[in-house]
Design a protein around this ligand. Structure first.
Ligand code: PAF
Length: 223
C-alpha cells in the first residue's frame, strides 16, 4: 500500500495508473477508520478501481475549535486496517495542499441547506464542500464513495459535482450499522465507557422507533 503525503507524488503516480487502464476510486475520510469506511473501500476494490483513501481532519467543517482538537486521530491503526483489506493507497494531505491560499471555506451549494444538520452546524457544509472540492481537484478520481450515514452531506456533494462540473461519479453506499442499530462513526472512539452505555440505550430506543415507523408506513397503517 502506497502512502502519499505530497500532491507532486500523486501527480507522478496517478497518470501511470490511468495509462494502464485502471480507474481511480477516492474514499474521502477524516480517519479513525471504522467498518463504514472499510465497506466503502471494499466497494471501490470490488469495482476494480485503484482505491485511495484520503485522511484529513478538516478544520473548516468544525465550528468549535475544541471539537476539532479532540477529533480522534489514529494514524498507525488506520494504516494497519487499510493494509489488511488491500487498499491501494492513502493520501495524508498537508493543510497547505488543501488550502493553498487561506484556511477558509466557500459557500458553493445552496440546495439542501437550512434544514436538518445545517440548522445546527453553521458553516459545516461549506467546510465539507470546500475540502471535498480541493480533494477532487488534487486527485481527479473517476469515482468517489460516500456513506448514506451522512445523507445531507451526500446530497450536497452530488450537487457540488454537478455545479462545479467535476467529471466524477458519486457512489452512495448504505450505512453499516452496529448491533444497536446505529451507523458506525469515528467520534464513537472518543466516548467513555459510561457515554457508550448511555449511547447504546438511546440507540436501541431510536432504532426500535424508526423500525416501527417504517413498518407502519410500509403497511399503510400510520395514523
Ligand atoms: O464524512 C466525512 O468524513 C467528512 O465530512 C469528509 C467528507 C471526509 C470531508 O472532510
Amino acid at each position: 500500500m502506497k502512502i502519499f503525503e505530497k500532491k507532486k507524488d500523486l501527480d507522478q503516480a496517478l497518470p501511470k495508473i490511468r495509462e494502464e487502464g485502471q480507474k481511480i476510486g477516492l474514499i474521502p475520510t477524516m480517519g479513525s477508520i471504522h467498518k463504514g469506511h472499510i465497506s466503502l473501500v471494499k466497494k471501490s476494490k470490488k469495482m476494480n478501481f485503484y482505491s485511495i483513501v484520503s485522511i484529513f481532519v478538516n478544520p473548516t467543517q468544525f465550528e468549535d475549535k475544541k471539537d476539532f482538537k479532540d477529533y480522534p486521530n489514529n494514524k498507525d491503526i488506520d494504516i494497519k486496517e487499510l493494509k489488511k483489506i488491500n487498499c491501494d493507497a492513502i493520501y495524508f494531505p498537508s493543510i497547505n495542499e488543501i488550502y493553498p491560499k487561506e484556511i477558509k471555506s466557500k459557500k458553493t451549494i445552496f440546495d439542501f441547506r437550512n434544514i436538518l444538520c445545517d440548522n445546527f452546524r453553521a458553516g459545516h457544509f461549506d467546510g465539507v464542500t470546500t475540502v471535498v472540492d480541493s480533494l477532487f481537484n488534487i486527485i481527479k478520481p473517476d469515482y468517489a464513495f460516500f456513506g448514506e450515514k451522512d445523507f445531507q452531506q451526500l446530497k450536497i456533494i452530488i450537487k457540488l459535482v454537478e455545479i462545479l462540473n467535476h467529471k466524477i461519479t458519486i457512489e452512495s453506499c448504505p450505512s453499516v450499522r452496529s448491533e444497536n442499530g446505529m451507523s458506525y462513526s469515528s467520534r464513537y472512539k472518543n466516548f467513555s465507557k459510561e457515554q457508550k452505555n448511555i449511547f447504546n440505550e438511546i440507540a436501541v430506543i431510536i432504532n426500535n422507533y424508526v423500525k416501527n415507523l417504517k413498518e407502519k408506513i410500509d403497511s399503510n397503517t400510520l395514523e
